[in-house]
Design a protein around this ligand. Structure first.
Ligand code: SAH
Length: 386
């Protein structure tokens, strides 16, 4: 097995349980793109084994720690473990994340299940090189009707990999039907955002449903995730998304579920919140689920003002006794930062609010304790007291 040596700093990082070693901490490497390598520290101390990239700033992605190397066929056993964990969760849905990269000890592999079909993303050289092996393991474990590779994320370019979407096994239709709780959705695995659905919010939709009532505003609705899950508990639903495509899907999904109280509008949420305030609209339940405003550290100050603005306006539109479900999926905006920004919005509104639930991404997207990057989705359920 090829060997890669790392610096003292890299060693400390790996010993603290972090699976990424950056290029600046690599002192010597004789390995080919995607190789499974032995990682050694100062004086040849064994650190573990990793997948090697000759292009990414993340040169090594650890797959095992300690003197014993990962077995050449480690992927198969880890896919089986990832699947067993998902089965143990007894999720009330036919769509969920089957493999969540680092959190399933398969760095940079994503596999989402949509009923009988799988959609995967191979986001590093090491995983890309092993796609055939991964597909074979998935076919044996899940017997899917088809596997689609949604290898179009831009991060692949950082690995020197091309962007492509292709069928790797069986057939994958243009539209798939999945069920989440009592709601069925039509999903576009070929072109939809992420792999087709925001699966990481499934449990937050379930949680929000426990509080939803009256007039609901679902801002940043995509294909109606929160709107449709909460609609049966509400009198009326207004779902807003800037994308015409998304709004068409909200309408189609509402009709498919026989939900007649859902109105969907293609609007910019920032403008529409202002307009709703101007006309004196009020809501009993509001969901804010914007895209990641801070894609990097430099964007954090601007992101915080964006979060502040939408939360402030939502709190003004909310009736006393009503619930605000507010989310941030920006890893760069930490939970304490997000709590602060929402508190500041409440002070300015002004509104007295209580924290009812503090939530994260669903259990099929586990957070690794030693890898802060894996805790990205924050979801607060708040109640407006006055
Ligand atoms: N709540 C959804 C996921 C939302 S993802 C769910 O549960 O599935 C974020 C959405 O915000 C995307 O669909 C995107 O089209 C939309 N969006 C981004 N900027 C927007 C803006 N300024 N106004 C309205 N929608 C916006």
């Amino acid at each position: 097995m090829p060997t890669v040596s790392i610096s003292r700093r890299g060693e400390d990082r790996a010993r603290a349980g972090h699976p990424w070693i950056y290029r600046s901490d690599v002192t010597a490497a004789s390995a080919a793109p995607g190789d499974l390598v032995q990682v050694v520290g100062a004086r040849g101390r064994p650190i573990g084994s990793a997948l090697f990239s000759d292009r990414s700033e993340i040169t090594l992605r650890m797959v095992s720690f300690g003197p014993a190397s990962a077995a050449p066929d480690f992927l198969r056993e880890r896919i089986a473990a990832a699947m067993a964990y998902r089965e143990s969760l007894k999720l009330n849905a036919t769509a969920y994340r089957l493999v969540h990269g680092e959190a399933d000890r398969i760095p940079s592999l994503i596999v989402d299940r949509y009923g009988d079909h799988l959609v995967l993303q191979a986001l590093s050289q090491g995983i890309d090189r092993r796609v055939r092996e991964i597909v074979a393991a998935l076919v044996d474990a899940v017997h899917p009707a088809g596997i689609l590779a949604r290898n179009d994320p831009r991060v692949r370019l950082l690995e020197g990999l091309d962007q492509r979407v292709e069928v790797l096994h069986g057939t994958v239709p243009e539209r798939l039907e999945v069920r989440e709780g009592v709601v069925t959705y039509e999903v576009d695995p070929w072109r939809g955002q992420k792999t087709g659905l925001f699966l990481d919010q499934r449990e937050n939709r379930e949680a929000a449903r426990r509080y939803a009532r009256g007039r609901l505003l679902d801002a940043f609705s995509y294909n109606g995730g929160f709107a449709l899950a909460l609609a049966p508990a509400c009198e009326s639903v207004l779902a807003i998304d800037i994308s015409e495509d998304a709004v068409a899907r909200i309408r189609a999904n509402a009709a498919r579920n026989g939900l007649t109280n859902v109105e969907a509008r293609a609007m910019n949420v920032f403008d529409e919140l202002r307009e709703l305030e101007r006309i004196g609209a009020r809501f009993d339940t509001i969901v804010l689920d914007p895209p990641a405003f801070a894609k990097n550290k430099a964007a954090v100050p601007k992101a915080l003002s964006g979060y502040k603005e939408i939360n402030l306006r939502a709190l003004k539109l909310l009736e006393p006794g009503g619930f605000l479900v507010t989310c941030s999926c920006s890893y760069n905006v930490s939970e304490p930062m997000f709590l602060d920004v929402v508190a500041a919005a409440a002070a300015d509104a002004p509104a007295e609010i209580a924290l009812v639930e503090k939530r994260a991404q669903g259990r099929d997207h586990p957070i690794l304790m030693n890898v802060p990057e894996t805790y990205y989705l924050k979801c607060l359920i708040l109640r407006k007291l006055a």
